[in-house]
Design a protein around this ligand. Structure first.
Ligand code: NAD
Ligand code: ZN
Ligand code: ZN
Length: 391
């Protein structure tokens, strides 16, 4: 089959590889009908997260048709069914899965010893996301093996186009969880840093959850326009001070809730000198993570407020202002998304017409064009916001 294969920094190729097979009774094989490139894939593209190996298949946002099931799937999934595959591989049986904390499933990381060493404790296995999370082949491919498939799936009805349900596997529940973790009240201002796909989903989720106002921050005009179309007030950080404008919008009190939809690859610009220092330290391997956005959020957030972090961080960040964080009594909530905790509700909202997540798609291409589309997405060429690939 064809698949997008990681060969090294900024080197992803569309290769012919061996078709996946059932390896364990709880496996299923899915013929991928649609898959997407995620902002998280860019961290791997840039080789910032350790433990990728040449030959690893990329991709963790995919859906398709079940073509084969193992004997241990026990009728929970059948050949011919249409599913979205959550990016988190879940057993459905461990203490964490039972508590709904699916992204920290205790069972599915088959290279648990690596994650135990790096994180202190292992987290769930993930598709196409380094050997720290199991080294499982991803779904930017014609076929994908789904381990623990009896639990690791989201069934979707026929009749809804792929584009409307595909993002149930990652960015839609990610934006939703980021907003839910803010415990939004009708009097709240929610500020969202980053208007990439995750930021866009966070903005619409915060509005659906009833925020008084949502403020979206980025510097890319097309992304800010999409945020505005979703109901947000926008701030272009290249043109005005984020702190001053947020103060103005909240009568000098600061937003109650702040969402970091950027993560550790925050934009580097001479207008924000700390970002230059961060980049230098990152290159010298003195830190992994660029913390500009965390600094800005902690500084501007209203005392007693919440900082919600769906953006991915990889290791250590410098100069995170612990004094203001502690003295202002802020709460930090974060995590890889507990996808299946949210998807029944979110599928119903799509079916009800409350939201159509396909609004974020700007580019659709074949798998062969995948390597080029990584660059188009990374460099925001041609107003690119979200790429869907059709294997
Ligand atoms: N927690 C999870 O489970 C989960 C799931 C999916 C994605 N993610 C993470 O979410 C983050 C965003 O993903 P995405 O697909 O939207 O990526 P993206 O790279 O397309 O979007 C990031 C956006 O942030 C903007 N930005 C950069 N620096 C900024 C700054 N200082 N202020 C304001 N905006 C700034 C960029 O211009 C860009 O539009 C990534 O870190 C990704 O890994 C996490
Ligand atoms: Zn992702
Ligand atoms: Zn589990």
């Amino acid at each position: 089959m064809k698949a997008l294969v990681w060969h090294g920094k900024e080197d992803i190729r569309c290769d012919t590889v061996t078709d996946p097979e059932i390896e364990h009774p709880r496996d299923a094989i899915v013929k991928v009908t649609s898959c997407a490139i995620c902002g998280s894939d860019l961290h791997l593209f840039h080789n910032f997260i350790p433990a990728m190996l040449p030959g690893d298949i990329m991709g963790h946002e995919m859906m398709g048709e079940v073509v084969e099931v193992g004997s241990g799937v026990n009728g929970k999934l059948k050949k011919g069914e249409r599913i979205v595959v959550p990016f988190t591989i879940i057993c459905g049986e461990c203490e964490q899965c039972k508590a709904g904390n699916f992204s920290v499933c205790e069972t599915t990381n088959r290279k648990k010893y690596l994650a135990d060493k790096v994180f202190g404790h292992s987290t769930a296995g993930l598709f196409g996301y380094t050997h720290l999370t199991g080294g499982y082949p991803g779904g930017q491919a014609e076929y994908v093996r789904v381990p623990y498939a009896d639990a690791t799936h989201i069934k979707v009805p026929d009749g809804i186009p792929d584009e409307q349900v595909l993002f149930l596997g990652d960015i839609f529940p990610t934006g939703w969880q980021a907003a839910v973790q803010c415990d939004i009240k009708p009097t709240d201002t929610v500020a969202v840093w980053g208007c990439g796909p995750v930021g866009q989903m966070s903005i619409r989720s915060a509005i659906l959850l009833g925020a008084k106002q949502v403020v979206a921050i980025d510097y890319l005009p097309d992304r800010l326009s999409m945020a505005e179309a979703g109901g947000a007030i926008t701030i272009n950080f290249d043109e005005e001070s984020v702190i001053e404008r947020l103060e103005e919008l909240t009568n000098g009190k600061g937003p109650e809730k702040c969402i970091d939809a950027i993560g550790f690859e925050s934009h580097v610009t001479p207008f924000q000198p700390d970002t230059i220092l961060d980049r230098t330290k990152q290159m010298l391997m003195l830190q992994n993570d660029r913390a500009h956005v965390l600094r800005e959020m902690i500084y501007v957030c209203r005392p007693g407020g919440v900082i919600s972090i769906p953006g991915v961080y990889s290791g250590f960040a410098d100069k995170v202002p612990m004094g203001p964080l502690m003295n202002k009594g802020l709460t930090i909530r974060t995590g890889q998304t507990h996808v299946n905790r949210w998807t029944d509700d979110l599928l119903r909202r799509i079916e009800d017409g409350q939201i159509d997540p396909s609004f974020v798609i700007t580019h659709t291409a074949g798998l062969d064009a995948g390597p080029e589309m990584y660059k188009v997405f990374r460099d925001k060429q041609d107003s690119c916001i979200k790429v869907v690939l059709k294997p």
